[in-house]
Write a protein that binds this ligand. Structure first.
Ligand code: SAM
Length: 433
């Protein structure tokens, strides 16, 4: 992250005493406190390096929302700690609650220094955090009286360079942990009991701080939505919720323009051994037994993977997501494919797997008719009626088009693909059992 140094020096140059009330200073400070560190990061550091460490800074709006929505916002927090602090956006949002001693920046920071802790593996980010906290204090009225930016290290002693996964001491002493950890994929450590293969690093960071935190510590985190909704993180959710009470959970949507990933905000309280809240998902209403799509249809993912397809076997009618007409009954045959894998005999319903929260229609469907077995591409989910009738397929088309389906799927699943399990658990609106 050496490329970030010129920007850090620019931040430090704003601490000079003689210019803090000029319009130029005020406008530079406003940028430094709101989004500029992230823009400069994108300008100065290439995407591969940013991705390698999961370095994406939180915008001030989202950071503020995390702080104000937390139950800790109204309680006294003596020490806030961000174990992966980056350029300090979450700490800045937390510091806005602390008192400013107008007569002196030094005195203000000495006070804040006992209340604010942060770690990051990159030294330039820690330096940027210190400088920005000082800029925040000046912009809130503290009189600049530092001799040198180097003084900041002594005034803010709990901001340091380190590996958050290799230390627990600050997490054990803080009473409010703020977290927007790296999200990149990482191999599961050998002693992990809740996953195998690769996982999002965010799962490791949250598990680490949750284990380390003391009783009654609040943890407020920005996390990738897959941790809330993904079935492969069920054991992780159970491991977390065995130690905490879930005090709040809200979905946010896409993190920002530079990181197109859905996130949610989570507020936890460590409850030291008391039984935890069992569930981290946003509740999506659970249909009565026997009233789900899965009670009437067998749900599959289409088996044809175009880029791996070998063009062997007998020719069959072929359906794929790109060319299939929507919301109609359709008899395939014009397009065929030589395929030796599983075929599906009509009638059946397919929906496109690609589906995002907020799309006007989450489960865009087509009813496949005809007599010949059909090859289906893997961007489609196939629903084969257990009674073999076209009548129930038509009922399902109506249920899928209902706004209630869109609302239910928006609550149930936020990743970009519908899953077999979400479709099978979907309530079959209007069906009589
Ligand atoms: C997603 S950014 C978030 C930064 C900051 N919390 C915010 O909300 O703007 C994650 C940060 O974690 C840092 N990081 C990555 N791995 C780390 C580790 N093992 N220990 C400490 N910091 C780490 C990165 O350098 C990066 O600044």
């Amino acid at each position: 992250m050496e490329q970030y140094l010129p920007y850090v020096q620019r931040l430090e140059s704003l601490l000079h005493a003689d210019c803090a009330s000029s319009p130029e200073w005020l406008s530079a400070a406003e940028c430094a406190l709101d989004g500029e560190p992230s823009r400069e990061l994108r300008r100065l550091v290439d995407l591969a390096s940013r991705r390698a460490d999961g370095t994406f800074f939180t915008g001030s709006k989202l950071a503020q929302r995390l702080i104000t929505n937390s139950p800790a916002a109204t309680a006294r927090a003596d020490l806030i700690f961000d174990p992966t602090c980056g350029a300090g956006d979450l700490l800045l949002a937390g510091a806005r609650r602390f008192p400013v001693i107008k007569s002196s920046l030094r005195k203000t920071l000495r006070n804040w220094g006992q209340r604010i802790a942060g770690l990051d593996k990159h030294a330039h980010f820690v330096r940027a955090t210190r400088a920005r906290l000082a800029i925040l204090a000046i912009s809130q009225g503290a009189k600049p009286d530092l001799d040198d930016a180097e003084e900041l290290t002594e005034l803010l002693p709990f901001l340091s360079v380190g590996d958050a996964l290799a230390t627990s001491s600050l997490a054990q002493t803080a009473d409010w942990l703020l977290l927007n950890p790296p999200f990149q994929s990482t191999p599961v450590p050998p002693d992990c009991r809740w996953a195998t293969g690769s996982i999002t690093s965010a799962a490791l960071f949250l598990a680490h701080v949750t284990n380390a935190a003391c009783q009654d510590t609040t943890i407020s985190a920005i996390l990738p939505d897959v941790l809330r909704s993904g079935s492969r993180y069920k054991a992780w959710r159970e491991a977390i919720t065995s130690q905490v009470c879930v005090q709040g959970l809200s979905r946010f949507g896409v993190f920002d323009q530079s990181a197109d990933i859905d996130v949610f905000l989570l507020h936890l309280a460590k409850n030291g051994g008391k039984k935890g809240t069992p569930w981290l998902r946003c509740p999506a209403s659970t249909p009565r037994k026997g009233q789900t799509v899965g009670a009437f249809f067998v749900v599959h993912v289409g088996p044809v993977v175009p880029h791996r397809h070998k063009d062997r076997g007998p020719a069959s009618p072929y359906v794929h997501a790109k060319s299939l007409p929507r919301w109609v009954e359709f008899e395939p045959g014009a397009e065929t494919l030589r395929f030796s894998g599983r075929l599906f005999k009509p009638p059946f319903v397919v929906v496109r797997r690609t589906s995002r929260t907020g799309d006007p229609k989450r489960a865009v469907a087509t009813l496949i008719t005809g007599v010949q077995p059909v090859a289906v591409e893997n961007h489609l989910i196939v629903m084969v009626p257990t009674d073999g009738s076209i009548k129930i397929c038509r009922k399902l088309m109506g249920a899928l088009e209902s706004p209630k389906t869109d609302e239910w799927l928006d609550r149930r699943i936020c990743c970009r693909h519908l899953t077999v399990s979400a479709v099978a658990h979907l309530p079959f609106w209007g069906i009589k059992t």
